[in-house]
Write a protein that binds this ligand. Sequence first.
Ligand SMILES: [Zn+2]
Ligand SMILES: [Zn+2]
Length: 199
Amino acid sequence: MKEECLICKAPLEYLKEDVEMECAVCHKKENSKTRCANGHYVCSECHTKGMDSIIGVCLNEQSKNPVEIIEKMMEMPFCHMHGPEHHVMVGAALLTAYHNAGGEVDLNQALPEIYRRGKEVPGGAWGLCNLMTSRALGAIGSNGGPRCCKRDSYLAIMEAVKFTEEKIGVKMELGDIKCTRSEQNNQCLHKACPFHGGK
Ligand SMILES: [Zn+2]
Ligand SMILES: [Zn+2]
């Protein structure tokens, strides 16, 4: 692992003694000896949840395709088959693709914001627009259960890509979506899932 800040790429510095630091993601304060040269610190809870990895992926990404971006996150060790991290991942992948497609957003500010808003807004993802949320939930609901965090992430992303083009005129990309994780999901709908790619 490279010893550099995932947020700004600056080198890390190691202090001799604990200093109170503020997490760049959730703003929690705790004592630590490690931060980057620009003062970024990520608390242990955010680190465990993969928040720094998510932000690292996004800030280094050129893709306009949010599914391509979220697939990279799904491959990372912090990501479970199902779990609340998907709320943040969907929002982060969308914002990043939106940015790369020419949408105006400051990722350095917006990415940590998703995490904080995700705690307040039901459904988490993006957290900005109730209309968008209702569309995503509509798509997820009409596909039936049992819930699958992968299927629901893909459905939310598809709705958001359509919505953004319609309402804001920014065109993200969306290729064919094929799920590769059916085997890891005991409740997989198999052929009844729109993204089922396997046998
Ligand atoms: Zn930094
Ligand atoms: Zn934190």
